[in-house]
Design a protein around this ligand. Structure first.
Ligand SMILES: Cc1ncc(COP(=O)(O)O)c(C=O)c1O
Length: 410
């Protein structure tokens, strides 16, 4: 930036001095900081949601429900306010909430987790993931993740000076290739990030995946696991194979969850991490200086809700109906569905419709056909394009039918 000479002439000497000082400061600040995450673009979720809004399109891109939360949960938020539950909560989370989580895990998997030492309430799963990686990863440590991958893993590894090692899930089943993984492990491998049920692919683990992981950990004693299980309650086929079910894997894992996904309140950003005592202690060291504690009123509401209901058991049937409705209606389209066994996302191959790359295709159908979607290449470190897009079906049935009506005309 510079001031044209004819404008500079018009200034008196004091103003000139101030202008020159301001310019020097601007130039200096530009070189004073260097980006720790250079070339980071605005997230595709923000881009597609904005585009959907501009075009008045139905937004099946970003993963959030367009329906209301359970009225009972709303009542408990109000009750929390009436009881003035508005000051700082305990650093690891309210004990009543941690006890309710432990009770749920016991009912779900038949295992006991110590609410005092093994559960930490976090600001969404994102913050649990951030704290787990920050607690463990040192400069030069390799962290293995599988593309297509949820977007926060890679930058969090890099912020901690770790080295992200991107492997790929097998297309189109989107399962882990355990043999390839073994070949890629080195003396520097420190952490493995897995996500089950999987966003964006909708694939889920079976028992053989747990067995493979256990054997791998036995063979590589330094390796730790970060298991992202935020969609644990949205699995349509088989039972959820949480790493918590296997004692050996559990003793080496941070396992992250999200109330936002389970109770349809993504904006609350409340989640938790289950990890062995010594792991939780280190995670809490980061958590305590990162946020210290999480929204107390919402924690009160969640604890009371979980103590009075087992609403989490209703989530899979609720979404199964939506998935089936969406898939049935899409049968009349030229989109080819890939297997959707879990999460509230479904992948579709659009190669029978167009040759465009997936980003162009997603933007064009938003503009021209009024339905926003997410191109799956954005979840790959190398932007692999299999001509697949992701639709979110966490929407009112009416919204889904309106969207499929439009998609079937493409
Ligand atoms: C796979 C996966 N992990 C983690 C998160 C983050 O969860 P939260 O919103 O609770 O931070 C999401 C949210 O979309 C997700 O899809």
């Amino acid at each position: 930036m510079s001031i044209p000479p004819h404008q500079l002439k018009l200034l008196n000497s004091k103003s000139k001095g101030i202008c020159i000082l301001a310019l020097m400061l601007t130039e200096n600040t530009n070189t004073l900081i260097q980006s720790k995450l250079p070339k980071t673009e605005v997230s595709i979720f923000a881009v597609m949601s904005k585009l959907a809004q501009e075009c008045g399109a139905i937004n099946l891109s970003q993963g959030f429900p367009d329906f209301e939360i359970d009225p009972r949960l709303k009542e408990f938020v109000k009750e929390g306010l009436d009881k003035n539950q508005v000051q700082y909560a305990p650093m690891p989370g309210r004990l009543d909430l941690r006890m309710a989580i432990a009770k749920k895990i016991e009912l779900q998997h038949g295992i006991s987790v110590d609410p005092e030492t093994e559960i930490t309430v976090t600001a969404g799963a994102t913050q649990a993931i951030y704290c787990a990686i920050s607690a463990v990863i040192e400069e030069g440590d390799e962290v293995i993740l599988f593309d297509p991958a949820y977007d926060c893993y890679d930058p969090t590894i890099r912020l901690n000076k770790g080295i992200p090692v991107h492997l790929k899930l097998k297309h189109p089943t989107y399962k882990i290739d355990w043999d390839e993984l073994r070949e890629k492990l080195t003396a520097k491998s420190r952490m493995l990030i897995v996500n089950n049920p999987h966003n964006p692919c909708g694939s889920v683990w079976d028992e053989s995946d747990l067995a493979q992981l256990e054997q791998l950990l036995r063979d590589f004693p330094k390796l730790l696991v970060l298991s992202d299980e935020v969609y644990e309650h949205i699995q349509f086929e088989g039972t959820h194979q949480s790493v918590l079910k296997n004692d050996y894997i559990r003793s080496r894992s941070f396992v992250c969850y999200s109330f936002g996904k389970t109770f349809h309140a993504t904006g609350w950003k409340v989640g938790y991490c289950v990890a062995p005592k010594t792991f939780s202690e280190e995670l809490r060291v980061v958590h305590q200086f990162n946020v210290f504690c999480v929204n107390n009123t919402i924690q009160y509401a969640l604890a009371t809700y979980m103590n009075q209901t087992n609403a989490w058991q209703e989530v899979t049937p609720f979404y199964k109906e939506k998935r089936d409705l969406f898939l049935d209606a899409m049968q009349a389209s030229r989109f080819k569905p890939l297997n959707c066994q879990g999460t509230y996302f479904c992948l579709f191959d659009y190669s029978a419709i167009s040759n465009e790359n997936d980003v162009e295709f997603a933007k064009r159908i938003t503009h021209e056909h009024g339905v926003a979607t997410i191109p799956v290449s954005v979840f790959y470190g190398d932007k692999t394009d299999h001509k697949v897009v992701r639709f979110c079906f966490a929407k009112e049935n009416d919204t889904l039918l309106k969207a499929t009506d439009k998609l079937c005309r493409i």
